[in-house]
Design a protein around this ligand. Structure first.
Ligand code: NAD
Ligand code: UD1
Length: 345
């Protein structure tokens, strides 16, 4: 019998981390969760226990705490790390840039120091399509040039990619997520936006639930088919499954690194777009929600939001062919699952 490999999941009680914990377990890995509860609740652990049938190993602590992290590596000897732990609110990052650089950049460096010292050299990293900024052409490929970051949050993801690429001892699967939405079909775990949500789907579901009065569609005069912005929304379970594919790939000694011109991938650092390859406008999302749930969305077209990109969606050829992963859940499923989760909140 082969022993199950331990995978350290930083930020494992968060939105994407908690869903990934389930998929890792399903694939035969043992997730070891570390989270400081900055943006999550301990109840997520109970929900995971319920879904897994056992209580997963969880250490409450901060990735920046070298002593705690070293102890954790000593005790559990993880074969790889999935590094979700970071702050992620774009607006907040403009107000508190030092907090973002400290947690997202210094935290990563601290984690890498511990990994190197402990002989762990495999990581899956949470990057974002925000690195592409406003692209010249869509869909974006991994080789599409990145643009100067529009916020400190975006800058932390760009810096993290450079740091990881430069540390050639560390084998990295760098996943550039598009717009993760939805929730586990059980509605036992999902996204927990603290305070007023900034993102479209939680704002929309809270509006339908009566928590918010009206959804404002940010701009109706963009150069798109219906005047509203276009994004590549991806179900969080599809995204979680992509992490398992990335972990599997790190353990495949025969993997051949594929790189087109302009793609930053190198021997130790592989970049993948994680999206569906399809873009939907804000109005299309609202229509999909209404038809999937039979609920009406109270919305109005308002002003554009500063910093919004007009249209971005992923070219998924590389991730489909090289990682062997593709998104399976459609927009209707994303909307249904997001709504079920909201109803249980
Ligand atoms: P989330 O806030 O739900 O989860 C992050 C988790 O990390 C939280 O549980 C938080 O408490 C924890 N955490 C933060 N700093 C920590 C630290 N120093 N030590 C220990 N735990 C810490 O966010 P998410 O949506 O699950 O995002 C996960 C990752 O994916 C982040 O790196 C984020 O930047 C990235 N990402 C998210 C999106 C998105 O739309 N959700 C898009 C692109 C990239
Ligand atoms: C935002 C961040 C991005 C980050 C991502 C994930 C900005 C500018 N970008 O992406 O860096 O990686 O979240 O956290 O903040 N919308 C409305 N009304 C709303 C909310 C949103 O019309 O109340 C529209 C937006 O204009 C956008 C789309 O819905 O066109 C999606 O918005 P959102 O969910 O905030 O994600 P992004 O802006 O794509």
């Amino acid at each position: 019998m082969t022993t199950k490999q331990n995978i350290l999941v930083t930020g494992g009680l968060g939105f994407i981390g908690s869903h990934t914990v389930l998929c890792l377990n399903e694939a035969g890995y043992t997730p070891i969760i570390v989270d400081n509860l900055h943006n999550s609740r301990i109840e997520v652990l109970d929900a995971l226990e319920d879904l897994l049938g056992y209580r997963p190993i969880y250490i409450q602590g901060d990735v920046n705490d070298v002593q705690l992290m070293s102890g954790l590596f000593n005790e559990y000897n993880p074969s790889a790390v999935i590094h979700f732990a970071a702050h992620k609110a774009v607006g907040e990052s403009v107000e508190k840039p030092l907090m973002y650089y400290q947690n997202n950049v210094v935290g990563l460096i601290s984690l890498l120091e511990v990994m190197k010292g402990m002989g762990c050299s495999k990581m899956v990293f949470s990057s974002s399509c925000t690195v592409y900024g406003e692209p010249e052409a869509v869909p974006v490929k991994e080789s599409t040039p990145t643009r100067p970051a529009a916020s400190p949050y975006g800058a932390t993801k760009q810096m993290a990619e450079v740091i990881l690429k430069d540390n050639s001892w560390c084998e990295v699967q760098c996943l550039r997520y598009f717009n993760p939405v939805g929730a586990h079909p059980s509605a036992k775990i999902g996204e927990l936006p603290l305070g007023v949500p900034n993102n479209l789907i939680p704002y929309l579901t809270q509006t339908v639930a009566g928590i918010r009065e009206k959804l404002t569609v940010y701009g109706g005069d963009y150069p798109t088919s219906d005047g509203t912005c276009i994004r590549d929304y991806i179900h969080v379970m599809d995204l979680a499954e992509a992490h398992v594919a990335a972990i599997d790939r790190l353990f495949n000694p025969n993997r051949i690194i594929a790189s087109q011109e302009g793609d930053p991938s190198s021997e130790n650092f592989e970049v993948f777009n994680i999206g569906t390859g399809v873009g939907y406008s804000v109005l299309e999302v609202i229509a999909a929600f209404e038809s999937a749930t039979d609920e009406k969305v109270n919305y109005a077209i308002g002003d554009r939001r500063a910093g919004d990109v007009v249209a971005v969606w992923a070219d998924t050829n590389k991730v489909n062919n090289v990682l062997g992963w593709s998104a399976k859940r459609d927009l209707s499923t994303m909307m249904k699952d997001a709504w079920h989760w909201q109803q249980k909140c």
